[in-house]
Design a protein around this ligand. Structure first.
Ligand code: SF4
Length: 327
């Protein structure tokens, strides 16, 4: 039997802050979470240096996340520099959308076009229940603004929570009927207590079954540095639907990502506990060669993983502060 070609690890998710104005119920175990002192968060010049070393290691796509990246001052200048780095040919951003209405034009002027916006409900009271804030009108206005400016691909990330927003999957999917955007449904990850996760987890298989009334899902081809979503087109829809199922149908064999947390830890796997510290060597005068070696080490650790064992062990419930890792 022919040996399987090794995965191309060509995608870096880079968290640039652990600050966020929302408190999404599924994001982090807030009772035990504390934000990092500012000095512990990587400076822009450090982030750019790590991105350049990552490009040497084969990274071609960088997704800027948080916390909420639009909250960090100097973001637009950083994005322009990031886009200019040799080897990096895609710079994307994920936002909760609360500041998008105001900042979309400046963001567009940086040259970034790939934009993901978190939207778990279309109902104001439920938005407050899920995020702890009243920003839904601002997020919807920000989405309209981004679409009118021409961000493409423009994607919506919706975490499906049984008993909280799962009755809206049809309405949220229909956002892709009249608009050329991609609506992605995401399985709940074990970032809170095990019982909360078990109570609210809903598999993507069940979500697809509920969407069957919209028509047959036609699978779409996967792009080179694409993320984990399996994408589909529906008859009569201008946009697409995507499904991200790390828990029920993991995609470890095709996983092409590394994650850099806002305090400088590189993680081979979101659901694993391994991480390598890049900040210490960076601030102790470590050479690009040594930092590059650490990237290769993270990639080597990733190659050894062919699946996460979370489903059985559940060892990282509560121990996965998405707000610092960037999801
Ligand atoms: S980082 Fe994202 S998921 Fe977490 S609270 Fe903020 S908006 Fe919500």
């Amino acid at each position: 039997m022919e040996a399987e070609a090794p995965r191309q690890i060509n995608y870096l998710r880079m968290s640039i802050t652990d600050r966020c104005q929302l408190r999404c119920v599924y994001c982090t175990y807030w009772r035990e979470w504390e934000k990092q002192p500012p000095a512990e968060i990587l400076r822009y010049e450090e982030l750019l240096r790590l991105a350049a070393v990552a490009a040497e290691a084969g990274v071609r796509k960088v997704r800027v996340t948080g916390g909420e990246p639009l909250l960090r001052r100097g973001l637009m200048g950083f994005l322009q520099e990031l886009k200019r780095l040799p080897g990096i040919n895609q710079v994307c951003l994920t936002t909760n959308g609360a500041l998008l209405r105001e900042l979309a034009p400046a963001l567009y002027n940086t040259g970034v076009r790939h934009l993901n916006v978190s939207l778990d409900t279309l109902k104001q009271d439920r938005y407050r229940q899920i995020t702890g804030s009243d920003n839904l009108p601002a997020v919807m206005a920000g989405l309209e603004r981004a679409a009118s400016l021409g961000f493409h691909p423009l994607k919506i990330n919706c975490v499906v929570l049984r008993g909280i927003n799962d009755d809206e999957v049809l309405d949220i999917a229909r956002l892709a009927r009249e608009r050329p955007l991609q609506v992605r449904f995401i399985e709940l990850m074990p970032t809170t207590s095990r019982t909360w996760w078990q109570r609210h987890f809903l598999s993507m298989t069940e979500v697809r079954q509920r969407l069957a009334v919209l028509g047959p899902l036609e699978p779409l081809a996967r792009e080179a540095a694409a993320g984990p979503a399996r994408t589909f087109r529906l008859p009569g829809f201008r946009g697409e639907l995507g499904f991200i199922s790390p828990m029920s149908e993991h995609h470890c064999r095709t996983c092409n990502r590394l994650r850099l947390s806002s305090d400088g830890k590189i993680r081979p796997c979101l659901l694993g506990s391994q991480e390598l510290d890049l900040k210490e060597p960076l601030r102790q005068g470590g050479s690009d060669g040594f930092i590059g070696f650490l990237f290769q080490e993270a990639i080597r650790l990733k190659h050894r993983k062919t699946g996460h064992s979370l489903a059985c062990s559940g060892s990282c419930f509560r121990d996965l502060p998405m707000v610092s890792i960037g999801g």
